[in-house]
Design a protein around this ligand. Sequence first.
Ligand SMILES: NC(=O)c1ccc[n+]([C@@H]2O[C@H](COP(=O)([O-])OP(=O)(O)OC[C@H]3O[C@@H](n4cnc5c(N)ncnc54)[C@H](OP(=O)(O)O)[C@@H]3O)[C@@H](O)[C@H]2O)c1
Length: 330
Amino acid sequence: MHYLAKETRYESMLYNRCGRSGIKLPAISLGLWHNFGGVDVYENGRKIIHKAFDAGITHFDLANNYGPPPGSAEHNFGRLLAEDLKPYRDELIISTKAGYYMWPGPYGDFGSRKYLISSLDQSLQRMKLDYVDIFYSHRPDPETPMEETMMALNHLVRQGKALYAGISSYTNEQTRQATEILRQLGTPCLIHQPRYSMLDRWVEDELLHTLDTFGIGCIAFSPLAQGILSDRYLQGIPGDSRAGKPTGFLEPEKITPEILEKVKQLNQVAARRGQSLARMAIAWLLKDPRVTSVLIGASSVEQLDDNLQALNNLQFAAEELQEIDAIINR
Ligand SMILES: NC(=O)c1ccc[n+]([C@@H]2O[C@H](COP(=O)([O-])OP(=O)(O)OC[C@H]3O[C@@H](n4cnc5c(N)ncnc54)[C@H](OP(=O)(O)O)[C@@H]3O)[C@@H](O)[C@H]2O)c1
């Protein structure tokens, strides 16, 4: 089957400026952490990506270790680019990262210059790309000097192997440090990728303010708390779900009766708004103008369709927000 992108693909998506940069990102981006690896059905992932691009999702997020096995999501995405998306390369923002364990020995983990530079070379080979659009330090490294990690990002941008630099899961203080070093090097920090959802609001303490102050974009990962913030687990744990699959990262123990009680109540608020809970959870993040994009995952085209409809109702009444806060903080 030859893929031809939909002509109307830019008509319904919302694009937000990423901090104070020249780049706009779609309000909803797609991540390939789960469902696109070697253990997954390639054709299913392919359909999801076609649907995403047809709906105006221009940003696809990867990392060296996505799979399983590690590297296979990049490998599959490279195949898909070659077969389907190559004519559209200049319409795409492709990101990858290094920071988690990737290969044995002291050079395949965390934040050394040695690891970041060799890892991006491997990622480019797997995806058969000359460059990625964003390259991230996937997590802070408590042992490597921050200067070394940031100099590696700066080096890769100057080499043209990445167009922009980003950081992920850095604390507020680490973000301030990294931003200052990158600024001195002349490569601004484009974006921060933190975990953020109705069930995990740590970024609201300080980080969002810092990002806003320094003009850095924010792309929120696991907006559905890996699927918990949807109707997925209301009747138990389905065998084909992330919590039910042996390769899924979501531990079933995380889905406690207390969490499920909150999810049921949030589901009722969503129903009153005429939304699924997944849609409401995404809209709830996008209500904050400091959130550039919400980085979702999906195991089917139907889920992606559902999530895209979040954009049809992004407004919250003050009472709704209070009610949601009360449920979350209970
Ligand atoms: N920087 C980092 O350290 C980091 C860490 C984690 C993730 N990420 C990035 O963020 C992306 C998204 O993370 P995530 O996959 O955890 O996000 P998520 O959107 O919170 O969870 C996605 C999962 O929720 C379920 N789901 C999605 N839409 C649904 C719907 N409408 N109704 C019911 N269930 C639905 C699916 O699980 P089922 O499989 O059960 O169907 C899907 O795989 C990743 O792909 C990755 O790019 C980055």
